[in-house]
Ligand binder design. Sequence first.
Ligand code: C2E
Ligand code: MG
Ligand code: MG
Length: 475
Amino acid sequence: KRKSGEIFPERLSIARISNENGEPIHYIEIFSDITSEFASKEKIHQLAYIDALTGLPNRQMMLDRIQNEIDRCGRIGGQFALLFVDLDLFKNINDRYGHPMGDEILHLVANRLRESVRKCDIVGRLGGDEFLLIIPDLGHSDFVAVVAEKIVAQLAQPFLTKNTELVVSGSIGISIFPDDAADVTELMKHADVAMYEAKKRGRNGYQYFSPELHSHALRRIALNSALRGAALRNELRIVWQPQVDLLTGKFVGMEALMRWTSADGSAISPVEFIPIAEESGLIVSLGDWVIATVCKQIKTWRDQGFRPPPVAINISGIQIERSAVGSTIRSYLDLFGLNADAITIEITESVLMRFSGDAGDEFQDLLSLGSNIAIDDFGTGYSSLAYLKHIAVAKLKIDIAFVREIVTGPRDRPIVGAITSMAGQLGIMTIAEGVETEAQAQILRALGVNIGQGYLWSPPIETADIQSWLPKSPI
Ligand code: C2E
Ligand code: MG
Ligand code: MG
């Protein structure tokens, strides 16, 4: 610090003077104030790495940052995306309004790009009207399309300059590490190629380098928007799959499974649309619809004199995380005059593990409903059994992966045997999923599995068809 309190950089070297016995007697310090040297270094860095017009990282710095990302992903895995953004017909602006106006627009574009992305994303200017974005920590390559769409939409908004209002649009090329290339040069080249493709397709849009990734992302985005409002348009319905006691053959429960027929008449599997809905958060409203529909149907059956066994409802982790799903269920049970035992909550192992650790309020709320909890796809998650110590699980659903080859595979039987004996000692029921043949059922029965579900008894069937399974109340 200077006397004034101002902090400044100094270079200090210390030398030791020793006597003949080697003991230190003096220290000599030499110091110099290197403020000006520092400032010029900073300046040099600025000149070398920062784009003077926009204040964004320049090409050289962006190349360094890409290399950093490659190194980081090489160490910890993961993927990142490059977005090559090029303004459409920018030359026209320069020609028509002059360079100062062009510069002003570039400045505004830089700000808009910065505002369109997360803090951890890196925006740079390569030169001219070319910008580059690095999107690190990519959960899913489809996410980039969402970012690209946002940028395209942002750029298409008119720019208000000092003198006039101008419309500029941009074309974006996307390359993904490591799918599309493993080094900086190739990644840049591929993003550039993709950008030209986007221009060729009419500008004001984006394009992935890989055609498969592109059509994949487009389909997912299209499905997600088609899925929005699907419930209101009556495109969703529930099918019901019976569950049967393996010893007595009695009908003891059923699982509610969602079906979606989109407006164009095609049936889309939940295996495809559930993960999309989870990613976008849409699963919360779809899930609410399922809960409401199931509760209402149970009430209708009862009013008609049927005694439906408990209905299992699949609950996604996102529903627990992003909504008060416990109170949603409670309010529908109340609305239709049902007890908690009218339904079973199916959650997967990984969801249970994620929430049981610090058992958040939402999860506690779900548990405190009093409905039975079944663990879906058991044995395929992380299979840490620690949660079984703390959470009262009623049923384990042994995943189809262990059932499929139980007749021929040498290892499936001991695994299922171990699961049933553990569950038995804990007082937990076991359900085998995906049972298709009598031979499988026989082995499962011998291993002590309690309940079966699968095509052997029935595929998931329509509401009108499950009715013949339902016992009538004694009058
Ligand atoms: P899941 O909960 O494990 O459901 C069992 C899946 O196995 C169902 O597929 C069912 O049709 C299928 N299955 C039943 N018996 C057999 C069989 O004998 N052989 C074979 N190969 N398959 C059988 P589905 O209906 O396509 O559902 C797939 C997954 O989608 C479900 O797996 C569940 O994770 C999810 N899902 C379905 N409906 C909902 C829902 O309402 N909410 C949520 N969050 N997820 C749902
Ligand atoms: Mg299930
Ligand atoms: Mg399952």
